[in-house]
Design a protein around this ligand. Structure first.
Ligand code: ADP
Ligand code: MG
Length: 238
């Protein structure tokens, strides 16, 4: 579960060739970070994997199944949005249960899954609250909870911490790493922050202008950057 293969995946918006062609293998249980400067195509690549954008050519295989044209709901993946995507008028319980309710799951089963997710995320005491009554970190955990209940083959994160303050970012980074250790599910995490990439990743994919500059473990990139772009990007403080 959570094996994703990209073969010559290309994306153009009209004349603009944003991703000229990417080959990438993501293995079961890996924590993969897409890192690169703003505008390099990280979000687009994630959205192509999620099915939120159509690929222009190439193909995407998820767990052995051709998924290039599958709608997002049939890919078995869950995108974690930033916490401000929560419904402010709904309780934490209803926010987390939302995708299950949409899928028509029986109430008792919804409750059980929501309570399991709340336990994993230390939100058990907060299910009756609304997002506005939570801290920033708790809100981000609710957004993650909404993904967990779907039991996806992989979690996709697009800069989930970018609207949190620096201290909370560090805490949440650890929480997401711990979550990965608990669930052992594939995670793809997009960030422009090289510290986040170096501290969280099993495998880093360095992107630049829609192309992969290098794929490797944090140590491999640090010890043997493939080129000056990677060396400069990994080496430079934020
Ligand atoms: P990143 O997430 O790395 O900052 P994006 O994937 O958002 O980069 O964007 C990569 C490039 O694709 C940018 O030049 C951006 O302007 C362009 N782009 C993204 N989405 C669209 C779209 N829907 N239509 C046209 N251009 C887009
Ligand atoms: Mg982006």
């Amino acid at each position: 579960m959570g094996q994703i293969t990209l073969n010559k995946v290309r994306k153009a918006f009209g004349e603009a060739e944003v991703i000229p062609g990417i080959d990438l293998q993501i293995d079961h249980g890996e924590f993969v970070v897409f890192v690169g400067p703003s505008g390099c195509g990280k979000s687009t690549l994630l959205r192509l994997i999620a099915g939120l954008e159509d690929i222009s050519s190439g193909n995407i295989v998820i767990d052995g199944r051709e998924a290039s044209n599958a709608p997002p709901g049939e890919r078995g993946l869950a995108m974690v949005f930033q916490s401000y995507a929560l419904y402010p008028h709904m309780s934490v319980r209803r926010n987390i249960a939302f995708p299950l309710k949409m899928a028509g799951m029986a109430q008792a089963e919804q409750d059980r899954k929501v309570e399991d997710a709340a336990r994993i995320l230390n939100l058990t005491g907060y299910l009756g609250r609304r997002p506005g009554q939570l801290s920033g970190g708790q809100r981000q955990r609710v957004a993650i909870g909404r993904a967990i209940v779907r039991e996806p083959a992989a979690f996709l994160f697009d800069e989930p911490l970018s609207n949190l303050d620096a201290a909370l970012r560090v805490t949440m980074r650890h929480e997401i790493s711990e979550l990965h250790q608990k669930l052992k599910t594939t995670m793809i995490y997009v960030t422009h922050d090289q510290v986040e990439a170096m501290t969280m990743a099993d495998k880093i994919v360095v992107l630049h202008a829609g192309r992969i500059e290098q794929v490797g473990s944090p140590l491999e990139l640090y010890n043997a950057p493939a080129n000056l772009f990677v060396a400069g990007f990994i080496g430079s403080p934020k």
